[in-house]
Ligand binder design. Structure first.
Ligand SMILES: Cc1cc2nc3c(=O)[nH]c(=O)nc-3n(C[C@H](O)[C@H](O)[C@H](O)COP(=O)(O)OP(=O)(O)OC[C@H]3O[C@@H](n4cnc5c(N)ncnc54)[C@H](O)[C@@H]3O)c2cc1C
Length: 467
């Protein structure tokens, strides 16, 4: 039987951020995790996925160089691609693991926890922990929907895909969310025969249909994207045969299932806490304090499913840690503007608030990246960017984009929104020529026009060549 002031369940990004806030408070903290393997981000998330995207980009650049009059036919060594992914991934993971080991020295309990009361935890190894305050930071886990469970030996998820020794010949990707589209495009660019499927009609989590369509059009130049379909899988020897819609069925060596990562709360026996649970079994929590009801229990990171992104997990861990330390006095955190980026080419992003179609209080400005100077120069002219602003003053509220170097545009927009800028204030800033940033100007000008916002008299309203 152990007791402490604060127990942190989960030693991932959110849990470590919470621990950093608690370290020098004098409170007695215990951190519980069955593996202490470092973060999902480093092991099976952000970093290995970006590594495979980087390899795919190299192959694509070589293959598409012919458009510039440069001939280069890439020969892809799949085993070498995956070996580099794992080598660098292991370096990133061991970095987080070393930090974790240093931070948790003396407070580490290597076990899986579940609740047996509002402030009591049962560990898998038989020990029990009584804690005055508890932070749940258990992350999320991949899931295999029903029809794929019997085919699990032929299915991959983000937990297994980076472990494959070589590239498969063919790959069906189920789920066109951020993880699915990033990996589908990467494997396609590495020469794998890829097809992407989703039951919904949009890709990369983009709720703006026009922007999603622009991204889907760009992706379809590289591999088939089947939306609004529910493929039915069946085993065909050592392959999976998928049938969908009216198209003929097709066999794939492997199926990558990327249908979402539900919060990892199932095994926590949360019903013993007396917390109010929503329809999905997630405790009802305050997004500004992360407190669950009135209990001294806090829910941070992917575990609350609100903003399942690395920078949010880290910020939520900090909020939960600080509030666990100061409980029962709690601070209301000012949350960051939403920012979600998908590293497809073109990059996709959603920033701030996306209004419902036809919303009467907002105006929308657009920039077409199929006809943008710098994007054309580099043979990357794909995509669409839309900025939403309030109809009254032209203040920027949000944006959706699928655009070359969109990850950088998304940051500029997120920072402008955070600073409360209007379209005319953004237009007043310097735009270098020729850059993809210049594409923003046409969207900002649309907004100024629609809101009759003033444009500084000393700025030229013209278009330099190719802007
Ligand atoms: C393929 C992929 C790509 C991604 N790419 C990006 C990206 O480019 N950018 C981005 O911002 N985000 C990305 N993400 C999301 C990002 O990785 C997550 O949002 C982030 O890692 C969540 O951190 P966390 O602390 O909530 O969870 P985790 O880091 O998963 O930590 C949860 C911890 O809880 C432990 N745990 C679980 N149950 C228990 C229990 N019962 N008892 C004790 N411990 C328990 C686990 O062992 C784990 O250590 C990606 C995710 C994936 C899968």
């Amino acid at each position: 039987m152990l007791s402490c002031d604060v127990a942190i369940i989960g030693a991932g990004t959110a849990g470590m951020a919470a621990l950093r806030k608690l370290k020098d408070t004098g409170l007695q903290v215990l951190m519980i995790d069955p593996e202490f393997r470092g973060t999902t981000c480093a092991n099976t998330g952000c970093m290995p996925s970006k590594l495979i995207i980087a390899a795919a980009e190299a192959a694509h650049m070589a293959r598409s160089a012919t458009v510039f009059g440069v001939e280069a036919e890439p020969r892809i060594d799949g085993a070498a691609v995956m070996a580099r992914v794992r080598k660098l991934r292991d370096e990133f993971a061991s970095g987080t693991q070393n930090t974790l080991m240093d931070m948790t020295d003396g407070i580490r309990l290597q076990s899986r926890a579940r609740f047996i009361g509002p402030n009591q935890l049962q560990l898998d190894d038989g020990r029990q922990v009584t804690a005055q305050r508890i932070i749940i930071a258990t992350g999320s886990d991949p899931m295999l929907p029903g029809p794929y469970q019997a085919l699990s030996d032929l299915c991959l998820t983000n937990e297994t895909v980076f472990e494959i020794p070589d590239l498969p010949r063919s790959l069906a990707v189920i789920g066109a969310g951020p993880i699915g589209v990033e990996l589908a495009q990467s494997f396609a660019r590495l020469g794998v025969d890829v097809a992407l499927f989703d039951t919904g009609s949009t890709v990369a989590g983009l709720s703006d249909r026009a922007v999603s369509d622009a991204l889907a059009d760009a992706l379809r130049l590289e591999f088939p994207v089947h939306l609004d379909v529910t493929p039915e899988p069946r085993r065909a020897g050592d392959q999976v045969e998928l049938s969908w819609g009216t198209d003929p069925s097709k066999r794939f060596d492997r199926v990558l299932v990327a249908t979402g990562r539900p919060p990892n709360l199932d095994g926590l026996d949360l019903e013993t806490t007396g917390l109010q649970l929503d329809d999905h079994g997630t405790p009802v929590f305050d997004p500004e304090t992360l407190q669950c009801g009135d209990a001294p229990i806090f829910l941070a990171g992917d575990a609350n499913a609100a903003r399942p992104l690395l920078h949010e997990a880290s910020s939520e861990g900090a909020i939960a840690g600080a509030n666990a330390a100061s409980w029962p006095d709690l601070g209301d955190a000012t949350r960051m503007e939403p920012l979600a980026i998908t590293f497809t080419r073109p990059n996709a992003a959603t920033i701030g608030q996306v209004p419902q179609p036809g919303c009467a209080t907002t105006v929308t400005g657009s920039a077409d990246y199929t006809d943008q100077g710098r994007a054309k120069v580099e043979a990357r002219a794909h995509g669409l960017l839309r900025i939403y602003a309030d109809r009254h003053k032209g203040r920027i509220l949000g944006a959706s984009l699928a655009a070359p170097d969109g990850e950088h545009l998304a940051h500029l927009l997120a920072w402008a929104i955070s600073a409360g800028m209007t379209a005319s204030q953004m237009l007043d800033l310097p735009f270098y020529h020729p850059t993809v940033e210049e594409g923003l100007k046409s969207a900002l000008r649309d907004i100024c026009k629609a809101t009759a916002s003033p444009v500084t008299w000393s700025r030229d309203n013209g278009q330099p060549s190719g802007a």
